[in-house]
Write a new protein. Sequence first.
Length: 128
Amino acid sequence: MTSTGHSTNGHSPAADPEALRAEIARTRAGLGETVEALAAKADVKARAQEAVHSTVETAKLRMREGVEQVTVNAAYATRELRTHPRQSLQAGMRRLLDSARERPAPWVVASALLVVAALVGFRSRREA
């Protein structure tokens, strides 16, 4: 205790044992919450699983959006090919080449997926 009538933790000293017990109970509860919060932050496995789950959900969402966009583009391309076959093919090839030059990464990934799919199909037919 200090000479000002306060303990070192900034609280007034309790006059009776019941008040002391209540203060101890509050302090224990606060410490328990603090320990739980620290344990949650220290749970690397759970945090990593949360990060993986979040990343997977984001990837699924982007994949669905990509599939929707491909579907829309395919419908548009089909309509254009039916109405203007020659011009559509020339314009499509130009856009395809421009896209591959501007952003090659998606084309590399798509090509790799096609190769993997072909290998898996070849292997499954060979084993059957």
